[in-house]
Design a protein around this ligand. Structure first.
Ligand code: RFL
Ligand code: PHB
Length: 392
């Protein structure tokens, strides 16, 4: 058995876990990460694309903000469409702010390179991970790697292991409440080496379903269309994907859309989920391990980073001055922001998608809401304020 002793043991080396380890390391606090997948897999997973300014600031504060500052695309607005009717949400004039389009893969790479340079240990490709001894002063994470079993003992354990991780399950059901909504559809996403449909994102609502036109760079586009939960990737040829997308986005955009072979194609179900509380004894939960939002509001990664901001400052105060206030208040403070992002993501999802079971009245309500949004700057401002990210 390989034994490690550190200050903080972190389960999961996605963006939450790596950001936490980096911020702690900068403050002189030791951390070891335990990751189920080989890091190569983590580094190539295609996910989020939009960063709030708070997330860019956190990358900068962690000392890994150089590339996002150089290569991230600053967007001062985005488009909402309803059939052929279009409304531009002008983030700059509404709330005097912007968002940055920069792929989660790039965020992950930047963090991973920094962790490597700092010599922070990641025990990747670990199976049979478990959180043990939570009711003692020295909890631990155990697991098995190719070279045999290991144990990482620490003062605190942090679960950054995503929605399907094990950390949250270590909070007994008697103290934990899970809140969940599963939506009756998913998103089919593709990546293609084509020119983006528009210089800004387009969130397109259509009687047949929702579509999103996003991007990663001048020659790399990311598109999503609403799909059935029963659908499989094999049923969606590139031709079928492009045809459906073109029929659901405004016609002027569809006519000039550059199509091409997909280089990645995947289906993600949509879910809202919150676990309360985010702490149990010496275990803290952050990021997707504690909450999930549907991707419509581009909030998941950003919310993971605001959790890490609160948690890292609590841990740093504790280790530097013995002050437990930040740690004790972590769960309540993080949950306040989480619930507001949950509300916004649920609202964007409800406004833009087609719900199979809905009656004609619900469809009329969505249309009226879009029309009200078109005429009310105040309503647009509320949308913009949430989209750029609430303060923390
Ligand atoms: P992750 O990224 O899921 O990382 C968790 C890590 O834990 C590992 N793990 C374990 N390790 C050890 N032992 C175990 N038992 C383990 N179980 C799991 C996993 O292998 C993994 O490496 O969670 P984290 O770090 O909290 O980060 C959260 C974000 O990844 C997520 O919120 C976003 O990707 C959500 N999201 C978006 N967020 C945004 O802010 N803006 C967006 O534009 C955006 N678009 C999206 C998205 C998510 C999507 N999908 C695929 C769900 C678009 C999509 C399609
Ligand atoms: C993406 O580019 O992957 C993306 C952008 C905005 C969203 C969700 C995903 O709301």
């Amino acid at each position: 058995m390989q034994r490690f002793i550190t200050d903080i043991a972190i389960v999961g080396a996605g963006p939450s876990g790596m950001m936490l380890a980096k911020l702690l390391h900068n403050a002189g606090i030791r951390a070891i990460l335990i990751e189920r997948q080989p890091m190569q897999h983590v580094l190539t997973r295609i996910r989020a694309g939009v960063l709030e300014q708070g997330s860019v600031n956190l990358l900068t504060q962690a000392g890994v903000g150089a590339r996002v500052a150089r290569e991230g695309q600053r967007h001062s607005g985005f488009m909402l469409s309803y059939g052929d009717d279009q409304l531009r949400i002008d983030l700059e004039s509404l709330v005097n702010s912007e968002v940055t389009v920069y792929g989660q893969t790039e965020v992950t790479k930047d963090l991973y390179n920094a962790l490597n340079a700092d010599g922070i240990v990641i025990l990747d490709h670990a199976s049979e991970t478990a959180v043990i001894d939570l009711d003692t002063e020295q909890p631990a994470i155990t697991g098995v790697r190719d070279d045999g079993p290991f144990e990482v003992r620490a003062q605190f354990v942090v679960g950054c292991d995503g929605f399907r991780g094990i950390a949250r399950q270590a909070i007994p059901e008697s103290v934990r409440t899970d809140y969940e909504r599963i939506y009756p559809f998913g998103w089919l996403g593709i990546l293609s080496e084509t020119k983006p449909a528009n210089h800004e994102l387009i969130y397109a609502s259509h009687p047949n379903g929702f579509s999103l036109c996003s991007m990663r760079s001048e020659r790399l586009s990311r598109y999503y269309i609403q799909c059935s939960l029963q659908d499989t990737v094999d049923e969606w040829s590139d031709e079928r994907f492009w045809e459906t997308l073109k029929s659901q986005i405004p016609q002027d955009i569809a006519q000039s859309l550059e199509t091409g072979p997909s280089i990645e194609k995947s289906i993600a179900p949509l879910r809202s989920f919150v676990c309360e509380p985010l702490q149990y004894q010496r275990l803290f939960i952050a990021g997707d391990a504690g909450h999930i939002v549907p991707p419509t509001g581009a909030k998941g990664l950003n919310l993971a980073f605001s959790d890490i901001h609160y948690l890292s400052s609590g841990l740093i105060s504790y280790f530097h001055s013995g002050d437990e206030t930040g740690l004790n208040g972590y769960s309540d403070k993080a949950l306040k922001r989480i619930w507001k992002s949950e509300r916004f993501s649920w609202w964007m999802t409800s406004l833009l998608h087609k719900f199979e079971s809905e009656d004609t009245f619900a469809e009329k309500m969505r249309r009226a809401e879009f029309e009200f949004l078109c005429q009310s700057r105040d309503y647009q401002r509320a949308l913009a304020e949430n989209y750029i990210g609430l303060p923390y």
